[in-house]
Design a binder for this molecule. Structure first.
Ligand code: ASP
Length: 322
C-alpha cells in the first residue's frame, strides 16, 4: 500500500514538473481590474507586449472591472493555479481593499506574489472651468464651495480614492466622490467638465494636461516628474509632505507551481530591464522599481509591510462601500 502511495506521489510530482517545464503552452490572461485605456491597463499592456517575447506565448489582457478592482482580483483568485491567469493590481487592489470590502478571499493567503512593477506618482488635476491657477488657489476654491466639490475615483479603495482621502486630510477639505470603473472614464468626465477634480495617476492624466484639456496643480512627490516638468511638486506648490506613489504588481493564485512563478517573474524582470520598455514607461511619468526588489519574495514582504501601514489609516477613515 505504502509503495502504491509513493508511486502515485512520484507520478503526481513528475506530472507537475513536466507541466511546469512545458509552461506556457497556450495563451496567458492578465486580469486588469480597471477599465481599458486607464493607467493600470496601459502599464499591463506595455509589459505584456514584452513579456510575451520572453515567454513565447500570447498574453491577453482582460478588463474585469468594478468595486475598486476587487471583482477582477476575485476572478483571478478563483482561477486554476496553473500560471495561465495572472492578477495585475496595485496598492489599492492588493492592500487597501482588504480593509474596505468583505472580499471573500485573503489578499496574502490566496495569492502568490510574482513581481513588483513601476510606481505612479499622483497628480492633482481639475476641469478647465475651475478658475484656480496654482495649488494655493485651488485649495481656496475647493474650500469656498457651498457643497463639497466632486472628485472622480476608480471606486472605493482605488488609488485615486486613497489619494483623495489623503488630500482631504492634509488640505483640510471635503470632497464628494464619484466612483467609476477606472480613471479612464473619470478622466473623460473631467475633460467634459462633469466632475471638478481627480487626484489621478500621473500616467493617466499627463496627455490631457499636455493637450491643455485639464489643469494640473502638483505631483505628489518631493520632485517634479521628468515627463511633466512644468508641473510643480507638492513640496514646491504648498502642501509639503503630501507624497504618494501608487506601486503595482503581479500575482497568481495560491498553489501555482514555484517553477511557473519563476518563469513569470523572469519575464517581468526582463521587460523591466528592456531600455525600450523603460523609455515607454518613464515617458508616462512612471518610476521603475528598485532592481533589488524584483523577486517574488520582495513583493510578498512589501505587500505585507504596506498592509501593516495602510490598514489602520484606512480603517480609521471608515470608508463606506455602497
Ligand atoms: N488604477 C486605476 C485604473 O487603472 C485607477 C485607480 O486606481 O485610481 O483605472
Amino acid at each position: 500500500m505504502r509503495r502504491v502511495v509513493v508511486a502515485v506521489l512520484a507520478v503526481v510530482a513528475f506530472t507537475g514538473v513536466a507541466f511546469a517545464q512545458n509552461y506556457p503552452s497556450h495563451p496567458i490572461t492578465i486580469i486588469v481590474p480597471f477599465s481599458a485605456g486607464g493607467p493600470s491597463d496601459a502599464m499591463a499592456r506595455i509589459l505584456a507586449e514584452r513579456m510575451k517575447t520572453s515567454l513565447g506565448e500570447t498574453i491577453l489582457i482582460e478588463n474585469v472591472t468594478g468595486a475598486g478592482g476587487s471583482i477582477g482580483v476575485g476572478r483571478a483568485v478563483r482561477s486554476a493555479p496553473d500560471g495561465y491567469t495572472v492578477s495585475f493590481g496595485h496598492l489599492g487592489t492588493h492592500v487597501a481593499n482588504g480593509a474596505i470590502y468583505k472580499l471573500g478571499y485573503d489578499l496574502v493567503g490566496d495569492l502568490e506574489p510574482v513581481a513588483l512593477l513601476p510606481s505612479n506618482p499622483m497628480i492633482i488635476v481639475s476641469k478647465n472651468a475651475v478658475p484656480a491657477k496654482s495649488l494655493k488657489e485651488l485649495l481656496e476654491w475647493l474650500k469656498s464651495r457651498p457643497t463639497p466639490p466632486t472628485a472622480g475615483t476608480a471606486g472605493a479603495g482605488s488609488g485615486s480614492h486613497i489619494a483623495g482621502l489623503y488630500f482631504e486630510k492634509v488640505a483640510g477639505i471635503q470632497l464628494q466622490y464619484v466612483p467609476y470603473r477606472g480613471t479612464a472614464p473619470a478622466l473623460n468626465d473631467l475633460v467634459a467638465g462633469q466632475i471638478d477634480i481627480i487626484v489621478d495617476q500621473t500616467s493617466n492624466s499627463i496627455s490631457q494636461v499636455r493637450a491643455g484639456n485639464i489643469r494640473a496643480y502638483a505631483v505628489t512627490d518631493d520632485k517634479r516628474v521628468a515627463s511633466a516638468p512644468d508641473v510643480p511638486s507638492v513640496d514646491e506648490a504648498g502642501l509639503p509632505g503630501f507624497h504618494m506613489t501608487l506601486w503595482s504588481g503581479l500575482w497568481v493564485p495560491k498553489g501555482t507551481p514555484k517553477e511557473i512563478v519563476a518563469k513569470l517573474n523572469a519575464a517581468a524582470v526582463e521587460a523591466l530591464s528592456d531600455p525600450a520598455v523603460i523609455k515607454q514607461l518613464e515617458n508616462l511619468g512612471l518610476q521603475m522599481p528598485p532592481k533589488d526588489q524584483l523577486s517574488p519574495e520582495a513583493l510578498g514582504a512589501w505587500q505585507k509591510a504596506e498592509i501593516a501601514k495602510w490598514w489602520p489609516v484606512i480603517k480609521a477613515a471608515d470608508v463606506k462601500v455602497d
